[in-house]
Design a binder for this molecule. Structure first.
Ligand SMILES: [Zn+2]
Length: 396
């Protein structure tokens, strides 16, 4: 009997990839912010950032670069982790009277999300809830320049703004091609200021993006190129960064890997580890990267029961030469799980739900919510509430 290979299946998937973001990579690339903004016609800029980035001196540095190019800057520096509609509205109140024509998002995923959220409301009106879903904005949006200071979310290469409803705490994924950054400035020097725990959890998130995108239903040869390269860069660099935080080369590889992970998500979406992680963050405030990392090996074991998916994992493991496909899919799949376990240990990710203070009695509630997550639809093996319960039990 001839088995259809994973690659044959993938080549059949139709896709529509439109490169939207110019990537400017290199140490000191942030010094070009003003020049690049001027190139796209900016005159009045809104700089969206958070208090930590102000304290690290990055906001002042970027502001000076913009002003020295002869452009005006208005700053909103109150972006919050897991930003809510309240945070976006506060940003709007600063942006609107300033008559801005361009937005610069500087920081981690939260600054980017707030910048994108503000862009929706500023250009299309209404409330954030109106844009929950795909392609809900009618009018063109302002050009966005994204400057990440963490290597994790890959938001600088994605069309999604993740904003939580202030009342219900429901995380709303607002996706629109118009919200994608026009330019992403990837400057490894900016990521040096990340505290080790942030570098660890965002790094695990970036690696999880590579692992999940490599097997989703929507994966295609192009998204796989990004997934495999993101995985290769992340797996090598994260241990180096944790060992030597000043290693600028490793920081650069990690930043590039995270951006490629974002490009992979843009083309193939995510899977069950993210679906299972979101309720953990919503109920218990577990940091996104830690929640995803905690669930990831369990999802890889679950998905790998399918021979085609196991093959896809084996190919992923081959990218950084953790294993070789020709050694056998089982062996490569196991080697991948072992490497993930090792990275999670290194990043000090909690290894059980019980360790996070979660009670077994809440697991059915979490399973119900995980099954309703949009991203669960893209997991290569379909999951229902009972499957999520089994995953949570195995992670307990
Ligand atoms: Zn993630």
């Amino acid at each position: 009997m001839i088995h259809q290979t994973a690659l044959e299946t993938e080549s059949m998937v139709s896709f529509d990839h439109q490169p939207r973001t110019r990537l400017v990579f290199g140490v000191g690339a942030a010094d070009r912010t003003g020049e690049l903004a001027r190139e796209i016609g900016a005159k009045k800029i809104l700089l969206v950032t958070d208090p930590g980035i102000v304290a690290a001196g990055h906001a002042e540095h970027v502001r000076c670069q913009i002003e020295s190019a002869g452009l005006q800057v208005t700053i909103f520096d109150q972006a919050r982790e897991n930003p809510t509609t309240k945070c976006v509205n506060a940003c709007m109140r600063v942006a609107k009277p300033a008559g801005i024509d361009t937005i610069v998002g500087l920081g981690g995923g939260s600054s980017m999300d707030t910048a994108k959220g503000c862009n929706f409301l500023l250009t299309n009106g209404g409330r954030m809830q109106d844009y929950w879903g795909v392609g809900k904005a009618i009018k063109p949006m302002l050009p966005l320049i994204a400057i990440p200071t963490t290597a994790g979310t890959g938001s600088e290469c994605q069309s999604a703004a993740l904003i939580a409803d202030e009342q219900t705490h429901q995380k709303m994924a607002c996706l629109d091609p118009k919200a994608t950054a026009r330019i992403a400035i990837l400057d490894p020097a900016l990521t040096l200021s990340q505290p080790t725990r942030v570098a660890a959890s965002t790094g695990i998130d970036a690696i999880a993006h590579a692992v999940e995108t490599a097997v989703t239903r929507k994966r295609n040869p192009l998204s796989l190129m990004f997934s495999h390269q993101a995985f290769k860069l992340g797996v090598k660099s994260l241990p180096e960064i944790l060992l030597k935080p000043t290693d600028l080369e490793a920081r650069g590889r990690m930043l590039l890997g995270a951006a490629m992970g974002g490009l992979a998500i843009e083309n193939s979406m995510l899977g069950a580890a993210h679906a299972a992680a979101n309720p953990l963050t919503a109920h218990f405030g577990i940091v996104h990267g830690q929640a995803v990392g905690l669930m990831l090996p369990h999802v890889v074991r679950f998905n790998g029961q399918d021979p085609l998916i196991r093959h896809a994992y084996a190919e992923l493991a081959s990218a950084p030469e953790i294993a070789c496909v020709s050694d056998g899919h089982d062996q490569a799949w196991q080697a991948l799980i072992e490497r993930l376990e090792m990275l999670l240990k290194l990043a000090e990710v909690p290894r059980s739900l019980a360790q996070c203070g979660i009670k077994r009695s809440i697991l059915p509630v979490l399973a119900e919510e995980a099954a309703r997550q949009w991203t669960a639809n893209f997991n290569p093996r379909p999951l229902n509430r009972d499957d999520f319960l089994t995953l949570y039990e195995s992670a307990f």
